[in-house]
Write a new protein. Structure first.
Length: 462
């Protein structure tokens, strides 16, 4: 039996980042991970493999649609699916191996296996029980389904199955027009699949700025995705090599059944804490099955903490990482803090979509008449040069103080551009602060400045 200051259960972005910071702050740290590699959902079957496939399929799209116009002639590349998967796997193993290296560098013990917590201060893995002053639950989440839809990972698959299909399906139906469904739907549409996305709500990406929802849907449809909103999926039927999906149009009319080679279920994820023994320990859960924590990520049981997808809040890798870092500070007797008002969200399609803070509608719900500065990428020279002038930057600012309340960007490198706004918001900046900052030309970032100018006397290039 070994004894630690901290044992973290789960080596996803929440757990591994928490472990590294704990070790850096001088705490004797171990991580229990049952998966064969470190990095959790994000590195193994989430953020990283999906981005590898988004990149390779985007390159194909560029070759097919934009090369000739730039004077690059010749046969466009064909898809070697096996090699594309190998490239994706190599990207994953480089990243998971990187975490293993960081564990060794920081002298963090990786206890291999599945953990349970028999009592506060003890973690059981196989036949061994380890002691810890503090235990951190960072066990993440798993795919969720909806009634009538059973995932068999053959023809009715989760996002995990979508990252390792044996071939590119001719017909793919995606249930759910959220981030994961649209990213993976885009991948297969670019690779030649006929893709239909079914969404229960009346707009895609529920919760996002309505302007962005409309523009994003139009762009995806132009790229060949069929998107049916207001579709209440009633069930799926998995056949041997095919599947069927039936939905009821919410506006009325007969049920519709679609045939597909593959049905991808992308209806969200649910917290995962199975096998830990939390019920017997008396750890309080929310009514949505998440581990309930206080402002310092402590559960209802002293000495047991929780972070990441398993607790309330956006299910995002960087949110888990920030909680991991902040909790390590708390455990080391310092002050850890996460600003939940400034957590960006990104969809890594082309164009990318990125948001932070409040939407225009949310600011209005707070009783404000916010300033809204909008600038289209059509007026941005750099975007035009790379065939990516669709989309816009929208900045929401307080009507009296001009303080930035939020932003939404749809356009080239939106997932990078959003951080300029995040930093500004962290510093309590006004839209004018951004507008008065010199931005290099020609960059996409100039569109952010122009949107900030649009909150005041107006942009220059529109
Ligand atoms: P996880 O990453 O889920 O890690 C939990 C780990 O705990 C797992 O490895 C699991 O094996 C282990 N574990 C569980 N129980 C035990 C136990 N009892 N004993 C030992 N080990 C245990 N987020 C983004 O921010 N950006 C993206 O681009 C993005 N893309 C995504 C794409 C897809 C397809 C998916 C599915 C998710 C994506 N996400 C993305 C979400 C992101 O992956 C999660 O928010 C993030 O991984 C949560 O981190 P975590 O540390 O809370 O848990």
């Amino acid at each position: 039996m070994a004894s630690y200051d901290v044992i973290i259960i789960g080596a996803g972005p929440g757990g591994y980042v928490c472990a590294i910071r704990c070790a850096q702050l001088g705490l004797k740290t171990a991580v229990v991970e049952g998966r064969g590699t470190l990095g959790g959902t994000c590195l193994n079957v989430g953020c990283i493999p999906s981005k590898a496939l988004l990149h390779s399929s985007h390159m194909l799209h560029e070759a097919e649609h934009n090369f000739a116009a730039m004077g690059l002639k010749g046969k466009s590349p064909s898809v070697d699916w096996k090699q594309m998967l190998a490239y994706k796997d190599e990207t994953v193993s480089q990243n998971t191996g990187g975490i293993e290296f960081l564990f060794k560098k920081n002298k963090i013990d990786w206890i291999k296996g599945w953990a349970s917590i028999p009592e506060a201060g003890k973690v059981k893995v196989g036949d061994d029980t380890h002691e810890a002053k503090n235990i951190v639950i960072a066990t993440g989440s798993e795919p969720a389904s909806i009634p009538g839809v059973e995932i068999d990972e053959k023809t009715v698959i989760s996002s995990t199955g979508a990252l390792e299909l044996s071939k590119v399906p001719k017909k793919l139906v995606v249930i759910g027009a959220g981030v994961i469904g649209l990213e993976l739907g885009s991948v297969y549409a670019r690779l030649g699949s006929d893709v239909t996305v079914l969404e229960y709500m009346d707009a895609i990406c529920p919760g996002m700025d309505a302007d962005v929802q409309r523009t994003f849907k139009r762009i995806l449809e132009k790229q060949g995705l069929e998107i049916i909103t207001g579709a209440a999926v009633k069930g799926t039927e998995a056949l041997k090599t095919k599947a069927k999906v039936t939905y009821a149009p919410k506006k009325g009319g007969d049920d519709v059944t679609l045939d597909a080679d593959i049905v991808l279920v992308a209806t969200g994820r649910k917290p995962y804490a199975d096998g830990l023994g939390l019920k017997d320990l008396g750890v309080k859960m929310t009514d949505r099955g998440q581990v309930d924590v206080d402002d310092h990520w402590k559960t209802s049981v002293d000495g047991i903490y929780a972070i990441g997808d398993v607790i309330p809040g956006p299910m995002l890798a960087h949110k888990a990482e920030d909680e991991g870092m902040a909790l390590a500070e708390v455990l080391a007797g310092k002050h850890g803090h996460v600003n939940y008002g400034v957590i960006p969200g990104v969809v890594y399609t082309t164009p990318e979509v990125a948001t932070v803070g409040q939407t225009e509608a949310e600011a209005k719900e707070d009783g404000l008449k916010p300033k809204v500065g909008k600038f289209n990428f059509m007026g941005n020279a750099r975007a035009k040069a790379v065939h990516q002038s669709e989309g816009f930057v929208k900045i929401i600012a307080h009507p009296e103080t001009d303080r930035i309340l939020g932003a939404a960007i749809i356009g080239p490198a939106a997932g990078e551009l959003i951080h300029e706004v995040c930093v500004a918001m962290e510093f309590g900046a006004s839209a004018q602060d951004l507008a008065l900052t010199c931005h290099a030309h020609p960059t996409y970032s100039e569109a952010v400045r122009e949107a900030a100018l649009a909150c005041g006397d107006g942009p220059i290039h529109s």
